[in-house]
Design a protein around this ligand. Structure first.
Ligand code: BTN
Length: 325
């Protein structure tokens, strides 16, 4: 977008209501004709701008695009979004962010894509990433933690996604171990964190976050192993993507700040409260075979699931499918 067009958007947001062509041309130090040209370009880009003779222009609505201007209009984060890379289409934002981090990208660099041609899911699976509807994001972080502590950041991102959904909608998400976000038992978001580390420390962590915002039922792959949904399917109305992105980055930022000053404790506590197994009995299975049954006892600092088996003690679960009874 032309920098003058973004300056006009900023003016609309600062002032609210009508802006006369004269005021805009004075503020931007350009001719009235140039103002008109930029307004036309904004309209082309999907902004709905009303023009009323003698009153001027009014911004009525912005397109649901994931551009930096739209996100920054709602962003309060300090670290997250220090730098944005917005892509129309890419293979995987995790791959892009990893490469940028290797080249020294600053902590808080956020890679966003409108669509991904090879979105990566956990366990080598594919993450369906159609254009124009969802949220695909990877954040570069450079925490001072040991490699075994890095999973804590995945729990942190799950809490951030759950908070963002709660703030942006009236839905009540839950988290399922290790790190799926569910609405009504159906998966709405997935997290894939990757890291580069030495034995004595982490170089960087990539937080990969995918949230199904406005996907329609026919856009889900037909071979899904678990039920999935999107916020729009649950709400019956679409969610504005750029605003959601800002809300999520704001929450990530606050949680990361608390993580740096207070460690994993507060994040862990909130994660446990939001977990679908909180206060419940659960069954863990591996390859379809039941391995452990007991009471949910939280997660530990390595991200293992703790299951209380009474007299048999507390079991640490590192992998497996968890079903809440
Ligand atoms: C899962 O299997 O649940 C994890 C899915 C993670 C998907 C996100 S979308 C943005 C980022 N880029 C990727 O290629 N994957 C993650």
């Amino acid at each position: 977008m032309h920098h003058r067009a973004s300056a006009i958007l900023r003016l609309f947001r600062q002032e609210g209501g009508f802006l006369s062509g004269e005021v805009i041309s004075r503020e931007l130090n350009v001719s009235r004709t140039a103002v008109w040209k930029h307004i036309s370009a904004l309209r082309q880009a999907g902004y709905v701008i009303e023009a009323v003779p003698s009153r001027g222009y009014q911004l009525l609505s912005a397109p649901d695009v994931l551009n930096v201007e739209e996100i920054e209009a709602h962003l309060k984060a300090v670290v997250m979004g220090r730098r944005f890379v917005c892509l129309a289409d890419t293979a995987s934002t995790n791959v892009d962010a990893f490469r940028l981090a290797e080249q020294g990208a600053v902590e808080g660099t956020v890679v966003l894509a409108d669509s991904q041609s090879s979105g990566k899911g956990r366990m080598g699976r594919i993450w369906a990433s159609p254009a124009g509807v969802n949220f695909y994001c990877s954040v570069v972080l450079r925490p001072s933690v040991m490699p075994y502590e890095a999973p804590q950041l995945t729990f942190l991102s799950a809490v951030a996604v759950a908070r963002a959904i709660e703030l942006a909608t009236e839905l009540r998400p839950q988290i399922k171990w290790p790190n799926d976000v569910l609405i009504d038992g159906k998966k709405v978001a997935g997290l894939l964190n990757e890291m580069s580390a030495e034995t004595d420390g982490v170089n960087f962590v990539i937080l990969g976050i995918g949230v199904n915002l406005n996907m329609s039922a026919d856009q889900f792959p037909s071979d899904l192993r678990h039920p999935a949904t999107s916020l729009r399917l649950e709400l019956g109305r679409p969610v504005a993507r750029a605003r959601f992105a800002a809300v999520l980055l704001n929450e990530l930022d606050r949680l990361y700040d608390s993580f740096r000053s207070q460690g994993f404790g507060p994040v862990r506590e909130e994660w446990q409260q939001r977990c679908n197994a909180h206060g419940r009995e659960l069954v863990v299975s591996d390859g379809g075979r039941e391995t452990v049954r007991g009471l949910f006892a939280g997660i530990d600092g390595d991200g293992a699931l703790l299951v209380d088996r009474g007299d048999a003690g507390v079991e640490r679960i590192l992998s497996g499918d968890v079903r809440v009874l």
